[in-house]
Design a protein around this ligand. Structure first.
Ligand code: ATP
Length: 440
């Protein structure tokens, strides 16, 4: 059997649209630039990505969860450096008006869009934060920003969480939430969008211990991607060179995935020193120091190791990685998403051979039982072969068929997505069977 992997992003975008994973935002109006809507299967997949992260990151004694507001006090962004420094250098082509990030193109060459020579404007800084007004009066004092990262919600709640949960260092705070960036050159489907979700964790440590904490978190985060089913050869570390470090960092490294358009950042692990807490302490005038009872009540600002992964990018990597075309061009060609079962939006499909009593009644009863534990799809349309192909394309690990033999032997056929093998199982053994197969 021949098997090929994903060749272009267009193939995955097309499958996502066709099968209800991801639609363009406001599509009936012609779409809105780089904004996407997750459809019925996409929202399940996204929930699975978030659950996997939340479980890995917060079901442990040294990390607490948080869900901070998207709108924050404008001074937060002054303190964090986003108002003054969160910008990309922008150049325009004077001929065709296309806009580029200066660091993404060679400005000494012709415009890649229209071919015009010497047509680029001087670079100017373009702040990536979206702003809006709060309250009824529109003036500068009512200006607020949509957060460009979730991290600051964690920093400003450091003392709240530490004190209410009586945490001792080292400990972390984790959150999942929307972030917004007015990206100049968005694209590659959901890789770079203007509204996206981040899953971030800030781990607060005693100054001087940040190096070992960073090594520990690097290992944990890399393993998370592997545990989601990504192939090891599709992942790599890309450390930031010292002269390219962000102003707040003393070390940083990215986990990159080999997307169809090339390697791209999926997650960053950053050693952020005490920069953020120091800034917020200074700008707010509030004492954010930690009293270390284990070290003679010494007072200090903790250092921070941050792990920051885009939910949408992690999801895109999971989709790209799972995509296979088997026996391409042959009569038995099939497209299959070999998703890790914990990521599959639908875990089990139930299919009565015919849309007739009593097969349908048995199927209804089975669906009612199985859906207490798993997301189930009920499918009665078309031949069984076609129904299997539909489920393969959305990555459903198991299909259960009810046929006329079921009436005799109280058994069903269960078919495995990857091996396509079929087994006969007694209905009263199904629960144990699925529990064993879908254990994660
Ligand atoms: P890039 O270099 O791709 O712009 P970044 O270095 O600015 O990313 P961070 O600020 O470190 O990214 O954000 C952490 C994570 O958030 C990224 O690794 C990525 O997964 C995700 N992310 C950042 N910007 C976007 C975006 N515009 N669309 C989707 N995900 C994003």
């Amino acid at each position: 059997m021949s098997e090929s992997n994903l060749k272009s992003m267009a193939d995955i975008a097309s499958l996502c649209k066709r099968r209800g994973f991801i639609f363009q935002s406001s599509e009936v109006y012609g779409g809105l630039g780089s904004c996407w809507d997750y459809g019925p299967l996409g929202v399940e997949l996204k929930q699975n990505v978030k659950n996997s992260w939340w479980k890995a990151m917060t079901y442990r004694p040294d990390i607490e969860g948080l869900d901070a507001s998207i709108l924050m006090h404008p001074q937060v962004w002054q303190a964090s450096g986003h108002i003054d420094g969160f910008s990309d250098p922008l150049v325009d082509c004077k001929e065709c008006k296309s806009r580029f990030r200066e660091d993404n193109i060679d400005v000494t060459k012709p415009c890649t869009n229209c071919g015009a020579k010497d047509s680029f404007t001087e670079p100017r800084d373009f702040n990536l934060m979206f702003s809006t007004q709060m309250g009824a009066v529109e003036d500068d004092s009512s200006k607020v920003y949509l957060r460009p990262e979730t991290a600051q919600g964690i920093f400003v709640n450091f003392i709240n969480v530490q004190q209410t949960m009586r945490k001792k260092l080292p400990f972390g705070i984790a959150q999942i939430g929307k972030a917004f960036r007015n990206e100049i050159t968005p694209g590659n489907f959901i890789f770079r969008t203007r509204e996206f979700e981040q899953m971030e964790m800030q781990f607060f440590v005693k100054p001087g211990t940040q190096k070992e904490a960073m090594e520990k978190w690097k290992e944990i985060r890399y393993q998370w991607h592997l545990d989601n089913g990504l192939r090891p050869e599709m992942l790599k570390w890309v450390p930031h060179p010292d002269d390219k470090l962000a102003h707040y960092a003393d070390a940083a490294t990215d986990i990159e995935y080999n997307f169809p358009m090339g390697w791209g950042e999926m997650e960053g692990v950053h050693s952020r020193t005490d920069f953020d807490l120091k800034q917020h302490q200074e700008h707010s005038g509030k004492n954010l120091t930690y009293v270390d009872q284990a070290d003679g009540n010494k007072k200090y600002l903790p250092y921070v190791i941050e792990t920051s992964v885009g939910c949408d990018r992690a999801l895109l990597a999971i989709l790209c990685d799972a995509y296979r075309v088997e026996n391409e061009g042959e009569k038995d060609e099939r497209t299959v998403l070999k998703l890790h079962p914990k990521m599959a939006p639908i875990k089990v499909a139930v299919m009565p051979l015919m849309k007739k009593a009593p097969l349908v009644e048995i199927a209804d009863k089975l669906v009612a039982e199985i859906q207490q534990s798993y997301k189930v799809e009920y499918d009665v349309a078309g031949s069984i072969g076609k129904r299997y192909r539909r489920q393969d394309e959305i990555g459903t690990p198991y299909c259960i068929t009810i046929d006329y033999d079921t009436l005799e032997d109280n058994s069903v056929t269960i078919r495995d997505r990857d091996t396509m093998t079929q087994e006969r199982i007694a209905i009263d053994k199904l629960d144990t069977y699925l529990r064993e197969k879908l254990k994660f």
